[in-house]
Write a protein that binds this ligand. Structure first.
Ligand code: XMP
Length: 512
C-alpha cells in the first residue's frame, strides 16, 4: 500500500518477527518485514514512520553476527530494538555488552524505572517474556536505563532525543501483559502514526490498484473453494466485474459435494465463474500411481493443462491472478520451515511462465487472519471463511497407494461424517484441520456371524496456528466413539477406525 504511512520491521531471525508485524497491523498501522540486510533504498518513496529491529538467535560476540550500518541510526525516524535488536543498537552506538553465563528465556517480572513516552500508562511492575544471551553493561551516550528485571539491571533503554528505544523482552507475545500498551505507545506517541489502515481502506485502495494494473485486459484466476482464492475472486470481481474469469476445476479428488457447493457459493457472490469438470482426466492420469510426489506432480501439471485450455477459450488473457499471501512473499531470515521443502506443494506458478502471463496478487500484503477479515467485510458467508485448509492435491494425498474413483468415494463418505460430527458438537472451529485418511491395508473384523476383511481409515485432527507446527487435537472420547460407530455402520467397506495421535514435528499434518 504505497500511500500509507508504514512501519518497517528489520528481521534478525526471531521466531516472533511475524508476530510483531501482526501486532502492528492490529493497531491499524501498515507494516512490512524485510531481512536486516535488505536494500532500504527500495523504500525511499514510502512514508516510513518507524523501524522495529526484531530479536534473533545470534550473539553480538560472534564475529559473523548480523549487523547494520551505523548510518542507519543517523536519521530522525524512531527506532525500537527488541532483544537482539536492542543489543545491536546499543553495541553499534558505542555501548558495551558482556556475554551472560546463562541465556535467560521466559517469564520475568519487569519494573519500570522511568516512564517516558514508551512506558506511559504502563504498570510499574508486570510480567514480560524475556530472551537474552548478552547483557548491556555500559550504555551508549545519550541513553538511559528505563527498566529492569530481577536478574538484569538494564532491561530497557531510551534515547528520547533521538527517538531510539530498546527492550530486552518481547512486547509482541501475549505473555508480556503490558506488551500491547508498549507497542501502542511506540506507534502512536513516538512514531505519531494515525492508525487508519483498515479493511475498508484496503479494499478501496486495492480496487483502484487492480484497475490501474490491468486496464481493460481479461484476467484469469484459478479458484479452489479455499478462503484465499475465494476472497481474491470477490475482491477482483468488485474491481473488474466480467473482466475477471474465475476457473474452477474439478480434479476428481475434491470432498463430498464440494464441486457443486463451491459453484453455488461463487455464483451467489456474483463471480464470473467457469466450472470445468475434468475429474475423469485427472483420475486417468493418476491410475496406478502410488508415489505421493508423483501424484502431486501429475495433479499440478494436469491442472495447468486444463486451466490453459480454458484460458485459451476465453482468449486475449494477459494477467493471471493468484491468492498469494504475505507469509509466502516475505523473504525472511527465519520463516521457511522444513515443511516448505519436505513436500513439493501444489504450485501452479508454472502457469505464469508457460502462458506468458503477468501476475496480479491482490492479497500479497495480507496475513491469513486479515484475509478472513477481508472476506467478512466482502460479505462472504462465515462457513466459507472458517473452512479448514484443504491441500491442492486433495484426497489424492489422503489415499495411501493408488487413487481410484471407488477409493475416493469411500473416503468422501467417511470424511463427510467426520466433519459433520465436528460441526454438530461445536468443535470444528477449535480445530485447524481435520480429515480422514484411507490406509492401504485391510483388517479382519466380525459383522454378525461373518468374518469381514475390510479397509482401515485413520482420522486426523490437529490444532495449529499456521500449519508449520501442530498438535493432535484432543477430541473427547465420546465424540470419537460416536464418529467411529457412525462410520462403520454407514460406510460399506470400512471395519476399523484409528485416531492419529502424532504431533508435527516429527509427523506432518497430511500422511503423504
Ligand atoms: P504438512 O502435511 O506438510 O502440511 O504438515 C502443512 C499444511 O500444508 C497442506 N499441504 C498442502 N497444501 N499442496 C497444498 O496446497 C500440497 O501438496 C500440500 N501438502 C500439504 C496441509 O494440508 C497442511 O494444511
Amino acid at each position: 500500500m504505497k500511500t500509507h504511512e508504514m512501519i518497517l520491521i528489520l528481521d534478525f531471525g526471531s521466531q516472533y518477527t511475524q508476530l510483531i508485524a501482526r501486532r502492528v497491523r492490529e493497531a491499524h498501522v501498515y507494516c512490512e518485514i524485510v531481512p536486516f540486510n535488505a536494500d532500504l533504498s527500495a523504500y525511499s518513496d514510502r512514508k516510513i514512520a518507524g523501524y522495529i529491529l526484531s530479536g534473533g538467535p545470534s550473539s553480538l560476540k560472534d564475529p559473523d553476527a548480523p549487523r547494520l550500518d551505523r548510518d542507519f541510526f543517523e536519521g530522525s525516524v524512531p527506532i525500537l530494538g527488541l532483544c537482539y535488536g536492542m543489543q545491536l543498537l546499543a553495541d553499534l552506538l558505542g555501548g558495551k555488552l558482556v556475554r551472560s553465563e546463562h541465556r535467560e528465556y521466559g517469564r520475568s517480572v519487569f519494573e519500570v524505572e522511568d516512564n517516558g513516552k514508551i512506558f506511559e500508562g504502563v504498570k510499574n511492575s508486570s510480567q514480560v517474556w524475556m530472551s537474552h544471551g548478552d547483557s548491556i553493561v555500559d550504555l551508549p551516550s545519550g541513553f538511559r536505563a528505563i527498566g529492569k528485571t530481577e536478574s538484569l539491571a538494564t532491561a530497557a533503554i531510551a534515547d528520547e532525543k533521538r527517538h531510539i528505544y530498546g527492550l530486552q523482552f518481547h512486547p509482541e507475545v501475549h505473555h508480556t501483559t503490558e506488551g500491547r500498551k508498549i507497542l501502542d505507545n511506540f506507534l502512536f506517541r513516538i512514531c505519531s502514526v494515525r492508525g487508519d489502515w483498515t479493511t475498508e481502506s484496503f479494499i478501496e485502495e486495492s480496487i483502484a490498484a487492480i484497475r490501474t494494473q490491468v486496464g481493460k485486459c481479461p484476467v484469469v484466476l484459478g479458484v479452489s473453494g479455499g478462503v484465499d482464492s475465494t476472497v481474491a475472486a470477490v475482491l477482483l470481481d468488485k474491481a473488474l466485474g466480467k473482466q475477471l474469469h474465475a476457473v474452477f476445476v474439478n480434479n476428481g479428488v475434491l470432498r463430498k459435494n464440494e464441486y457443486d457447493e463451491v459453484i453455488g457459493t461463487l455464483n451467489t457472490l456474483g463471480v464470473n465463474l467457469y466450472p470445468v469438470d475434468a475429474s475423469s482426466l485427472f483420475l486417468e492420469r493418476l491410475a496406478g500411481v502410488e508415489d505421493p510426489e508423483r501424484k502431486r506432480k501429475i495433479i499440478g501439471n494436469t491442472f495447468i493443462d486444463v486451466f490453459e485450455a480454458e484460458a485459451d477459450k476465453i482468449g486475449g488473457v494477459e494477467f493471471l491472478a493468484q491468492g498469494t499471501l504475505y507469509p509466502d512473499v516475505i523473504e525472511s531470515v527465519s520463516f521457511k520451515g522444513p515443511s516448505a521443502t519436505i513436500k513439493s506443494h501444489h504450485n501452479v506458478g508454472g502457469l505464469k511462465d508457460r502462458m506468458r502471463l503477468k501476475l496480479v496478487e491482490p492479497l500479497r500484503e495480507l496475513f491469513k487472519d486479515e484475509v478472513r477479515e477481508l472476506g467478512r467485510v466482502l460479505d462472504i458467508p462465515n462457513e466459507f471463511i472458517g473452512r479448514h485448509p484443504f491441500p491442492g492435491p486433495g484426497l489424492a494425498v489422503r489415499i495411501l497407494g493408488e487413487v481410484t474413483k471407488e477409493r475416493c468415494d469411500l473416503l468422501r463418505e467417511v470424511d463427510a461424517i467426520f466433519i459433520e460430527q465436528l460441526h454438530k458438537h461445536g468443535i470444528y472451529d477449535d480445530i485447524w484441520q481435520a480429515f480422514a485418511v484411507l490406509l492401504p491395508v485391510r483388517t479382519v473384523g466380525v459383522m454378525g456371524d461373518e468374518r469381514t476383511y475390510e479397509h482401515v481409515v485413520a482420522l486426523r485432527a490437529v490444532t495449529s496456528v499456521d500449519g508449520m507446527t501442530a498438535d493432535w487435537a484432543q477430541i473427547p472420547n465420546e465424540i470419537l466413539a460416536e464418529i467411529s460407530n457412525l462410520v462403520i455402520r454407514n460406510v460399506k467397506g470400512v471395519n476399523r477406525i484409528v485416531y492419529d495421535i502424532s504431533s508435527k514435528p516429527p509427523a506432518t499434518i497430511e500422511w503423504e
